[in-house]
Design a protein. Structure first.
Length: 84
């Protein structure tokens, strides 16, 4: 199991220990639970954002005025400006 070392002020550590005891956790279990909930929340927001983007892409209509640019030859004599 991965370990993390955290240095806290005495007052903060006492608050965390009290809250952990109130919720029937050890201090380590409580901190792990808080981090897990926070991580799950972040992952859910990221997933929701991706779903919104996928919905936008799925509903987008192709641009009928778009014309594919001419193919640039890869010949050595082609000036560098043609590639930018």
């Amino acid at each position: 199991m991965t370990q993390v070392k955290v240095q806290l002020d005495k007052a903060v550590a006492e608050q965390l220990e009290a809250t952990a005891r109130e919720n029937c956790y050890t201090l380590a279990e409580y901190i792990s639970a808080v981090i897990s909930r926070h991580s799950a929340s972040i992952l859910k927001r990221e997933l929701n954002a991706k779903l919104v983007l996928l919905d936008l892409i799925a509903t987008a209509q192709p641009d009928p005025t778009f014309e594919r640019p001419a193919e640039i030859t890869w010949d050595v004599s082609t000036p560098r400006e043609a590639f930018s």
